[in-house]
Write a protein of this length. Structure first.
Ligand code: RIB
Length: 308
């Protein structure tokens, strides 16, 4: 049976320019390509989870504008349930301006618009979807107050929460202590612990500090160093998939979406991290946050070829 995943978070339209190298402050560089595509950390996680076979309910807001329509259509095309994606006439749909260099690395600036209106009331309206979920996925592009409310609500109903602490910002321990799995990258881990993460050893130290704050398990996403699970049982490192990245935008979101799917299906943490790491690696081989999200078949093909 398909796992049930509820995602509470942002939905954006991404404007991406592909470049040979990033500009410096004050410099103009000429790009080699441009695309407009669906994005937003919440929506990216939702689409990743849906492509991997989960029943996905999205809780989000879009503006009453052409971009909002594009995002609603895109959710539907990808099989994401949109009953709780609310149209908001008070601001614009969230947008992101993204630069991607020839190594697939990115720089992102977000204008959140209606993301900032995603509220406790929106979450209340989605009570049934949250209660009925096997896993709830959250990120930090909506108000922290709404994130905290959702964590508390899911915790009271014993629904595990996977929180991607991006964009990096401080999170109260009262919230962290109710999070089942936290998935920071190096920058986010440093913001939350003060530990500069440059090696697997640093990642372990940061992960342990987060466990001390009450998080159930920590999975650090480490780019070309793969992923590190830190929990009560110890550490478990999974190397990055050996691929040549074209665009890493949304790879972290793909990781969390896939992790949510695996946990919703009852996989243990180690197997879930291997599954998520494979999906995230594959997602970097195509451009666009959501266009790059792999299908279940693609992920299983890689997992099978590694097993033989
Ligand atoms: O994580 C990638 C996402 O961050 C992009 O899709 C962009 O919209 C920003 O939210």
């Amino acid at each position: 049976m398909a796992g049930r995943v509820a995602v509470v978070g942002s939905s954006h339209v991404d404007f991406t320019i592909l470049l040979d190298k990033m500009p410096k402050v004050g410099e103009t560089v000429v790009g080699k390509g441009f695309r407009v595509s669906p994005g937003g950390k919440g929506a990216n996680q939702a689409v990743a989870a849906a492509r991997l076979g989960a029943e996905v309910h999205m809780v989000s807001r879009v503006g009453r504008d052409a971009f909002g329509k594009l995002l609603l259509d895109n959710f539907r095309i990808n099989g994401v349930r949109t009953n709780h994606v609310f149209e908001d006439p008070e601001a614009h749909t969230g947008v992101a301006f993204i630069l991607v260099d020839s190594a697939g690395r990115n720089m992102i600036a977000v204008a959140p618009g209606v993301d900032l209106h995603v509220s406790k009331e929106d979450v209340e309206k989605a009570s049934e979807a949250i209660r009925g979920a096997d896993v709830v996925l959250l990120q930090l592009e909506i108000p922290l107050e709404t994130v905290a409310y959702t964590v508390e609500k899911a915790w009271k109903q014993s629904v595990p929460v996977v929180l991607t602490p991006a964009p990096a910002q401080p999170i109260p321990e009262s919230v962290l202590s109710k999070v089942s799995v936290l998935t920071p990258n190096e920058v986010e881990a440093e913001m939350l612990t003060g530990v500069k993460v440059q090696s697997l050893r640093d990642a372990t130290v940061a992960g342990r500090k987060l466990l001390e704050k009450g998080v159930g398990s920590v999975v650090l996403t480490l780019g070309d160093k793969g992923a590190l699970l830190v929990d009560e049982e110890g550490e478990f490192h999974v190397p990055a998939l050996p691929v040549k990245p074209v665009d890493t935008t949304g790879a972290g979101d793909c990781f969390s979406g896939a992790l949510g799917v695996a946990l919703a299906e009852g996989l243990n943490m180690k197997k879930a991290v291997v599954f998520a790491n494979t999906a995230a690696g594959l997602s970097t081989t195509k451009t666009g946050a959501q266009e790059g999200m792999p299908t279940r078949k693609e992920v299983e093909h890689v997992l099978k070829s590694k097993a033989t």
